[in-house]
Design a protein around this ligand. Sequence first.
Ligand code: PLP
Length: 470
Amino acid sequence: MTVEGKTGAEGARELQINKNASGYCDSPDLRHRELRGGEFWKRIPAYANVPEEMFNDHKWQLKNSITSVDKLLETLADIVSQEFYNDAKAGFAKAPMAVRVSPYALALMNWDDPYHDPLRRQFIPIASSLTPDHPELHLDTLQEQNDSAVFGLTHRYPDKALFLALDICPVYCRYCTRSYAVGFDTDEVSKVKLAQDDKRYQQIFEYVRTQPQLEDIVISGGDAYMLRPSRLKMIGETLLDIPHVQRLRFATKGPAIMPMKLISDQEWYDAVRFVVDKGRKLHKEVVIHTHFSHPDEITEISKRAMDRCMEDGITVRNQAVLQRGVNDEPDTMILLTRRLSYINVHPYYVYMHDLVKGVEDLRTSVQNGINIEKAVRGSTAGFNTPNVVVDAPGGGGKRVVHSYEYYNRETGISVYAAPTVKKDRLFLYFDPFDQLSEDIRAAWRDPKKREEMKNEALAEAQKNVDAAWA
Ligand SMILES: *Cc1c(COP(=O)(O)O)cnc(C)c1O
């Protein structure tokens, strides 16, 4: 704020500001504008001599990604303890999800305290943090395969569909909801294959052509970052040429974990820009949906990448996942929301963690989601305030977290209705197992008591639904 060239507190005094109206003048919180810059990767032993140009090359990033414990040790050398290395080795062996971490993400982790680092928690499994899975948890809890109209196209909502174009990503998130298909097979899981196969794609395009209500296609996977530019362009153009298709979204975690690709991979960037421009001329919207989950993931490199998108009119929206020990504190989520807004990424969703195998330590309760929503709302512009949603297990689709029909904090069961998606059905979501009382955990392990708890929740929810619509 400037009064005749005076700024801040000095200017404010002359303005005689009413302090009852605004308590933010003297101590503004501007941390969201403080982005990490400099050659932060040089603290990693294997990257100590990597010059900026090389680090900012996506090909170097892909080639040097960490996919095994040996590679992790080779890269980090003596900055991790033997204890941590052993823990990770056991963690890799037990994880249902393949591991792949970009050098960029690895370099942003705090290796002085890897156990608590929010990025390490998302990408590198360690055995000591594993807790038992909730008994209600299995692969593909969202039942995307059941709602598939043709293989690789989930048509759950009236006017939009999810096209799974491929099954590989530039990094693998431990908590991946699509661990039934994404990433190479692990000791724990042998996966459904979503091949980049033109014949498979043609069937999907043909289905979309026959469905006049479909206006909105999410192109995901896997990750659109890994699509060859020619293929990305072909998918985009083919869908835009279908008269009733109005909106496309390319889903990629890329901007969060390898932002330099948007600058160094001219061909891929040009393919996206081509589809966006083609869409604009047809008055159709083509955007990128990405997946930042923690403010530390946003650096000066991210800002440069997002500035480029801004200049070319490419809209980027964000879908974060609420995770314990990562972003489940109000301060962290507010900082993430403001920092995303600052680099022109719209904070669209914060997802409650899906019921995914082997990552119970990352899940949070519905109550926690509600608390976060209350804390974030009002901290910045309404259009930059994310909706906190539960993707209802069993294929109910996304529901705003506090719109439950019933929530029993003791048993950890919440119940959602989804009238537009599956009329007259109720969907159950479950709070993390390890956060329930000993008695309740014992009840969950008993098949008869387990059914009783679920039936009680369903009956109470049905009463509330009936009363609300009476
Ligand atoms: C999330 C999702 C979509 C898109 O939903 P929006 O709420 O519009 O972002 C479409 N189809 C499926 C199956 C989904 O899971």
